[in-house]
Ligand binder design. Sequence first.
Ligand code: F0G
Length: 403
Amino acid sequence: MSVDLGPTKPSCPGATAARRSVRQPATLLRTMRMSDVLRQLRQQHQAAGARPRLLERFAAFLPVDDSTPLISLGEGFTPLIPARTLGRIIGCPLLHLKIEGQNPTGSFKDRGMVLAVAKAMEEGSRVLLCASTGNTAASAAAYGAAAGMEVVVILPRGQVAQGKLLQAQAAGARIVSVDSGFDGALKVVLDLVAGSAGQRAATLVNSLNPFRIQGQKTAAFEICEDLGGAPDYLAIPVGNAGNITAYWRGFRDYQRARLVETLPVMLGFQAAGAAPLVEGRDIADPQTVATAIRIGSPASREGAMAARNESGGRIASVTDEEILEAYRDLARSEGIFCEPASAASVAGVRKLARAGTIDPGATIVCVLTGHGLKDPVTASRELAARTIDSEPTTAGVRAALGW
Ligand code: F0G
């Protein structure tokens, strides 16, 4: 008996190779006898467990050494899914989705948090501190709990989606709610860290912590490996601008190491009511349904601008209506339930495609940064469907369905 082990890793990276691998999926298949497969699986299990650890797999590109604890909650290695139906609808047939909602706490933050917490442990820190629109808090709380550390999160009152708040509470973080937006909360956190010398030394785990960016860049590595090269375009929501900075660094690292030939054009999307990088000024009271990116003064603006300028890309805005249209379409056409902020990447690509700015033959990756269950209130408003009541009998269900 032979077993399909899936496609082997393509050896010739680059955008052209990426397109080829997309058009001819799984043409290179290895076949092995079942007994060999079982032996290989047993060896892998003994060596490293069924799942590789992110810090180990990409160690050559990360600041880890023998003294770094290689902790893991199973972060990274998220799927890259070809979105054929939605791609056809928006006129970009080679559209792909990087499903970061499949990380352990349901967002991309876990990639950076695992490294930030490992380094904090290495340095002997006992306390993690962050400001957050919700996902960083959920991630810090989980990794802090696993590491046995105290976690303090400062949140903008009334602006954090329910699921994220519950995650931070569940993991036992101390939660301080302040009457300001994210920008005000971050300012308090930075003041606390600056004034902590000699007092309670807390490790900042916002993306201003350079280890966060280093960890998050691993998503770019995975995309290159899955496509067999860099995509032509990488589209991503932008809030505090750490993640676009991280992806650009990841693509450049892989190019410098000659693992890919080309670099993608970077497309960052902000919500129209919270678009400081598009408007070229801080926004005092940012507003958007996408609470994750409700940020008026991005801390990593320089990284975002470098990604845009060096890649020949752009940072543009999408309205809440456009975000919610993409949010619904992702769920209904692709079965991908993401949070509203994540859908900004697809909304943005659709907008550029409508304007004729994107080559329809291009390989595009949209990063879907967080899971839809994070924000049940928006989901029930935008996606809820009627439940049909029925008698608990076959005849009753048939009648209820009109079958
Ligand atoms: N998407 C989601 C789901 C997010 O939670 C965030 C940021 C972003 C996109 C934007 O990423 O800030 O690196 O540009 N969330 C942060 C938080 C601010 O506190 O959870 P960015």
